[in-house]
Design a protein around this ligand. Structure first.
Ligand code: B1M
Length: 233
């Protein structure tokens, strides 16, 4: 592209800018995505709207073309890195609500699975809603979950899986907790694109969370229930 054709992001209106950010995310253009996030925030957009309308919506397009064989792993990785850079700016803003601490959660992606964008988003939104979040990262065998639960003693255990081949591992984690007699000490929430409510039930989780906003609502409901149960016991 010649200099004359160069797009000045700040000169685009909101709709054009969001469209351009989807394109930039698709191309893995990290600096441009970061600049777009900053412009939208300067224009008074809420961090949540920037996250969902500019970043998550853009990543959905990447996901479709990855599925259809139009994009390959290296390109998707670049898009993921651009997405993470944008999320990095939003993270402190989403966590800044000053909400009182209402509970805590250990969360991690299961063994064999390295997808972490969705999990990171859930962590950010949960922190923003007032939860203490202990993120144990990706590719977690059951031992990692046990160790983190022991160390942090949270109300909630969150697990993420993006592959149909890794999602059954959630059952291994739940069954291990059952064997150890501690299953009912935790609210177990699961999420990830290939899951659904039926699957969550089949692995013995308490609830399936379709997205980060649902995760926050579900966590609040279950923590309130747990506190009420403890208060009346
Ligand atoms: Co992968 N990948 N990938 N990938 N990748 C998918 C998942 C896939 C659906 C793409 C496709 O074919 N359409 C497909 C899985 C197919 C299947 O299992 N049926 C796939 C594949 C096949 C693979 C590889 C096997 C490819 C290969 O190597 N041939 C490989 C596996 C690596 C491994 O894990 N062992 C692989 C690798 C990668 C990259 C490394 C390139 C990259 C990951 C980078 C990263 O995460 N750091 C990547 C990406 C980016 C994707 C897609 C395109 C996007 C995922 C994403 O970030 N979405 C994805 C396609 C898709 O999902 N449509 C795909 C955005 C994110 C905001 O949404 O993660 O769904 P999501 O999270 C949501 C909800 O699901 C929910 O809330 C989140 C926020 O709203 N949620 C939770 C998620 N976790 C939760 C936990 C909770 C609650 C809610 O706990 C309480």
């Amino acid at each position: 592209m010649s200099d004359e054709d160069e797009i000045i992001l700040a000169e685009l209106n909101d709709e054009e800018l969001v469209q351009q950010m989807h394109d930039d995310l698709y191309e893995g253009l990290k600096e441009e995505v970061v600049e777009g996030v900053e412009i939208l925030l300067d224009r008074g957009w809420t961090p949540y709207d920037v996250l969902t309308k500019a970043l998550v919506a853009g990543m959905t397009i990447v996901g479709i073309d990855f599925r259809d064989g139009i994009l390959y792993v290296p390109e998707v990785l670049m898009a993921a890195n651009a997405m993470k850079a944008g999320m990095g700016i939003l993270k402190p803003l989403l966590a800044e609500t000053g909400a009182p601490k209402i509970g805590s959660m250990v969360i991690g992606t299961v063994k064999g699975d390295i997808h972490d964008i969705g999990k990171n988003l859930v962590s950010m939104m949960m922190e923003g809603a007032g939860f203490e979040v202990y993120d144990i990262g990706i590719n977690n065998p059951v031992e990692n979950y046990l160790e983190a639960l022991e160390e942090h003693k949270p109300e909630i255990l969150g697990m993420s899986a993006l592959l149909t081949t890794t999602m059954p591992y959630m059952k291994v984690v739940v069954e291990t907790l059952v064997e150890k007699g501690v299953r009912d000490d935790y609210i177990i929430l699961v999420g990830g694109a290939p899951l659904n409510e039926e699957f969550a039930e089949s692995v013995g989780a308490d609830a399936y969370c379709r997205d980060a906003a649902v995760a926050v609502e579900t966590a609040k409901e279950w923590v309130a229930k747990m506190h009420n149960r403890r208060a009346s016991a």
